[in-house]
Design a protein around this ligand. Structure first.
Ligand code: TYD
Length: 357
C-alpha cells in the first residue's frame, strides 16, 4: 500500500492498557495519556522489576481514570482479562539496557520475546471471544537496525532498512518486532510498531548515560565514558516520543512501522561535555573506560514517514534547552535517584564499572 496521509480518525480512546507503565517511557506515557486524553481510562500493568518504580507515577494517586495492576506480561490469563473493553494496548514493557543484556541475556528473551508473544496471544484470544477489537501498538527501538558508519552522515535508517541487531538486547527487540509482524500477517491483528531513537527526560533509570552521568557528577564521582566516546546517538525527548506514540495509535495505519527520532545527533563525548558544562565541571571528571563489546557506532533514524503521514515532528528535543531542563530535573529530584542508587543498583554498578557508588 502506498504511503499516504491518514484520513479516517478512529472514535476517541476510552480505555487503554499500557504495559511497563512504571518504567521510564511507560510512566511518561501514562501521564501524557491522562493529560492529553482525560476521557480515556489508563490501565497500567507492570511487574515492578528493578527499573519499574511506582514513585514515577506517585502524582496519579487518587486519579479515578488510572488503575495500576501489579503483574507479569507473561501471565496470559491476566493480560486477556485486562484487555477486555480496551480500545488499545501500548506494549512498552521491556528489558532495555544493553550492558545488562551483555551480562545476562536471559531476562531479555523472557520479557521481550516471550512476553511479547504472550501479549499477542492474549490479544488474539480476547479478540476470538469478542472481548477485544483494538489496536496492538508495540514500542520498539532503532537499535534493531544495527549500526551506521560514523563517516556517512547522509545515511539514516528507514522503516524498510534490514534488521541487523548487534547485541542481545537488540536481538530480543528485533525478535519481538517480527512476532508482531507475523501476528498481523497470519491472524490480521491490528498492529503498529513504533521504533524510537535514544530517549531522555525525567524518570529515566540511572543506568542510562544521561541520568548516570548527571547523578554521578552531582555526587562528585567521575563519569565512565566507553571507548573513544565518538559513538553517535540521536537524542529524542520522551515527551516527543509520547506524542508520536499517541499519533501512531490514533491515526497510524494498521500493520505499519513508524520510526521516531529527535533530529538531534550527538557523539557521547559531545553529550558528556555538555553535561559537564551545565554542571560547571571540567574534563577531568571523565574516566575513559574500556569500550562496550560490540558497541554500535551510530544510530540515526529517518523520520520522513511519520512526518509525512501523521504530521508529527519532534518539538521538545532540541538542545541545549531540552538537555538543560532534563539535567535540572535530576538536580531538583535527588530523593528519587538517591533511593534507587542506594539499593540493588550498587551491585550492578560494581559489576559493570568495577567501583562503588
Ligand atoms: P545507553 O544510555 O546505554 O543507551 P544505548 O546503549 O541504548 O544507546 O548508552 C548511550 C551511549 O552512551 C552508548 O553509545 C554507550 C555510551 N555509554 C557510555 O559511554 N558510558 C556509560 O556508562 C553508559 C551507560 C553508556
Amino acid at each position: 500500500m502506498p504511503d499516504r496521509p491518514a484520513t479516517s480518525a478512529r472514535p476517541p480512546l476510552r480505555r487503554v492498557l499500557v504495559t511497563g507503565g512504571c518504567g521510564f517511557i511507560g510512566s511518561n506515557l501514562v501521564r501524557y495519556l491522562r493529560t492529553q486524553r482525560p476521557g480515556c481510562h489508563v490501565v497500567n500493568l507492570d511487574a515492578l522489576t528493578y527499573s519499574g518504580n511506582p514513585e514515577n507515577l506517585a502524582d496519579l494517586a487518587g486519579d479515578t481514570g488510572y488503575t495500576f495492576v501489579h503483574g507479569d506480561i507473561r501471565d496470559r490469563a491476566l493480560v486477556e482479562r485486562l484487555l477486555e473493553r480496551c480500545d488499545a494496548v501500548i506494549h512498552a514493557a521491556a528489558e532495555t539496557h544493553v550492558d545488562r543484556a551483555i551480562m545476562d541475556s536471559r531476562p531479555f528473551m523472557e520479557t521481550n520475546v516471550l512476553g511479547t508473544q504472550t501479549m499477542l496471544d492474549a490479544a488474539l484470544h480476547a479478540r476470538e471471544r469478542g472481548a477485544f477489537a483494538g489496536v496492538f501498538l508495540h514500542v520498539s527501538t532503532d537499535e534493531v537496525y544495527g549500526s551506521l558508519p560514523a563517516d556517512r552522515p547522509d545515511l539514516r535508517f528507514t522503516e524498510t532498512s534490514p534488521l541487523h541487531p548487534n547485541n542481545p538486547y537488540a536481538a530480543s527487540k528485533a525478535s519481538s518486532d517480527l512476532l508482531v509482524a507475523t501476528c498481523r500477517n497470519t491472524f490480521g491483528l491490528e498492529t503498529r510498531v513504533a521504533r524510537a531513537s535514544n530517549n531522555f527526560g525525567p524518570y529515566q533509570f540511572p543506568e542510562k548515560i544521561i541520568p548516570l552521568f548527571v547523578t554521578n557528577l552531582v555526587q562528585g564521582l567521575k563519569v565512565p565514558l566507553y571507548g573513544d566516546g565518538l559513538h553517535v546517538r540521536d537524542w529524542l525527548h520522551v515527551d516527543d516520543t509520547c506524542e508520536a506514540i499517541l499519533a501512531i495509535l490514533e491515526r497510524g495505519r494498521a500493520g505499519e512501522t513508524y520510526n521516531i527520532g529527535g533530529h538531534n545527533e550527538r557523539s557521547n563525548l559531545e553529550l558528556t561535555r555538555s553535561i559537564l558544562a551545565i554542571l560547571g565541571k571540567g574534563g577531568e571528571m571523565i574516566r575513559h573506560v574500556a569500550d562496550r563489546p560490540g558497541h554500535d557506532r551510530r544510530y540515526a533514524t529517518d523520520t520522513a514517514k511519520i512526518e509525512r503521514e501523521l504530521g508529527w515532528r519532534p518539538t521538545r528535543s532540541a538542545w541545549p534547552a531540552a538537555l538543560e531542563r532534563t539535567v535540572r530535573w535530576y538536580i531538583d529530584n535527588p530523593g528519587w535517584w538517591q533511593r534507587i542508587r542506594a539499593g540493588a543498583y550498587r551491585d550492578y554498578y560494581r559489576r559493570q564499572y568495577g567501583e562503588t557508588v
